[in-house]
Design a protein around this ligand. Structure first.
Ligand code: MLT
Length: 248
């Protein structure tokens, strides 16, 4: 049994290390393998075009096949959730179950699209460090921002190590992504929606609405966590994942 964790923007597979470590330490998940790949353009994966959500989904379908599995439980956080929707759209036979964390089904509106264009310009002009700086305030919840500087430092370093090509490609992919809202009532696999209680980018009420639209989905709200709930509260996130996996 395989669990695939899909990172957000502009992260890398290493985003998931605290959660992966906890999952691997759990005797009740001994039969599970966990993969947290770098999406192309992030971490050690070269920014080989096309850097589209569909291509990321195809890469993940190939990863599942290479792992010798017919299906995987697919967990995506934020942009990783957009990739999970693309995987469900393109390769539903590969998806055993879905975990949608701090993400949204809707497409960008005009204001969000304009922000993507401006951020791509910042990336080209000032580099990944400037993009990291601009993302941090929205990423962490108020609890982490107020009293846990190590969380900000680690995330800043991870984001600042992203390639400019990867950042620009991901911004274009997110800007042009389709609306996945019509997919929600037709999701036929077990689905868990996870959200940080302090997430201001994809807030709990929107996650509740998304969970309500997916037949049989459950929602877990992680206390004292913002938009990067898995990074901020890996214990609670791993517990929620473990409960879900055990129930499959
Ligand atoms: C992420 O964390 O992946 C981003 O918030 C996604 C986005 O910008 O829509």
């Amino acid at each position: 049994m395989l669990l695939v964790l899909i990172h957000g923007f502009p992260h890398a597979g290493a985003f998931w290390t605290p959660v992966v470590d906890r999952l691997r330490a759990r005797p009740d998940l001994a039969g599970w393998r966990v993969e947290a790949p770098d999406l192309r353009g992030f971490g050690a994966a070269p920014p080989e075009p096309p850097l589209t959500l569909d291509r990321h989904a195809d890469d993940l379908a190939a990863l599942i096949e290479r792992a010798g599995e017919r299906q995987a439980v697919v967990c995506g956080l934020s942009m990783g959730g957009y990739v999970a929707f693309a995987l469900w759209r393109r390769h539903p036979e590969r998806v055993r179950a879905l975990v949608l964390a701090d993400t949204r089904a809707g497409a960008d509106d005009e204001a969000q699209r304009a922000k993507r264009v401006a951020l791509a310009e910042t990336a080209r002009r000032e580099g990944a460090a400037a993009v990291a700086e601009s993302q941090l305030p929205g990423a962490l919840g108020r609890t982490a921002r107020a009293g846990e500087p190590a969380l900000a430092e680690g995330l800043r370093a991870l984001m600042a190590s992203a390639s400019v090509d990867g950042i620009v490609g991901a911004l274009e992919a997110m800007r042009t992504r389709p609306d996945s809202t019509p997919l929600l009532p037709a999701i036929t696999v077990p689905t868990l929606v996870v959200v940080g209680a302090e997430d201001v980018l994809t807030p709990p009420r929107d996650s509740r609405a998304m969970a309500d639209a997916i037949p049989g989905a459950t929602l877990v709200e992680i206390p004292a966590a913002g938009h990067v709930s898995a990074w901020e509260r890996p214990d609670a996130f791993a517990d929620a994942l473990a409960d879900f996996l055990r129930g499959l």
